[in-house]
Design a protein around this ligand. Sequence first.
Ligand SMILES: Nc1ncnc2c1ncn2[C@@H]1O[C@H](COP(=O)(O)OP(=O)(O)OP(=O)(O)O)[C@@H](O)[C@H]1O
Ligand SMILES: [Mg+2]
Length: 256
Amino acid sequence: MVLLSVVEITKEYDGVCALDHLSLRVEKGVVKGIIGLNGAGKSTLFHLISGMERPSSGKIIFDGTDITSMETHQISALGVGRTFQTIQTLGNMTVVENIMVGMHMRLKGGFFSGGLWLPWIRRTEKEALTEAKEILEFLGLLGKWEWPASQLTYAEQKMLEMGRALAMKPKLLLLDEPGAGLTPMEVQLLTERISCVRQEGVTILLVEHHTGMVMEIADEITVLHNGKLITEGTPEEIRRNQQVIEAYLTPGSAGK
Ligand SMILES: Nc1ncnc2c1ncn2[C@@H]1O[C@H](COP(=O)(O)OP(=O)(O)OP(=O)(O)O)[C@@H](O)[C@H]1O
Ligand SMILES: [Mg+2]
């Protein structure tokens, strides 16, 4: 079953064509890697799927619903969670509060509504705290649950951001360079955790410059260049395609 269809999407920014009639499909339950040089349009694709930006033309269908013109909160409520290329954790909140922000979207009433200490709100909040701590345990951050997020290391903040997206219980998780700036050991840990998330049945779109990591966990890989889809295939097919590697995956070769 197709979970996400991007159909003939074009996105122009003041004369720059970030995406050019791009079409792709993501089957439910897979990890799809998206690779390409800087400026290929990878983050733009995520901005469009998550509703942060509107396409100039084309449409996006998620889980049978046309989400092309929907607001970000509507799209996340349908089950699309994302992380950002640059860290977006809320530094003045604690680690656990950052996770609870992600949950907020799907909890009845919203437990930041404040003031109303009705029993069901208290119960919801307690359950949310338990659930948030489970996510933190999975990410190895439970020992720091009460810390201000700003005091976490860079790698921990990247994990926390993924945790916040997971707290929304997404059907589709968009990860934009989760491994950027991490040490090889941290990348390995991240790879294992992403594999666990996938085993829970979450469909994942993974943008990453660590091609080794993408080759390890992706079922299929899409190569973008200048806003266009160059090729798609299994990691093995992409690895074997020396032309693709030389032309589109080697910085400095500009894909021409
Ligand atoms: N808000 C914007 N205004 C103008 N141009 C933009 C904007 N956002 C992206 N672009 C341009 O669109 C193109 C695609 O950018 P995008 O950020 O999607 O690339 P990317 O594949 O994510 O690159 P990177 O690997 O460096 O993150 C680039 O030429 C970029 O300069
Ligand atoms: Mg990017």
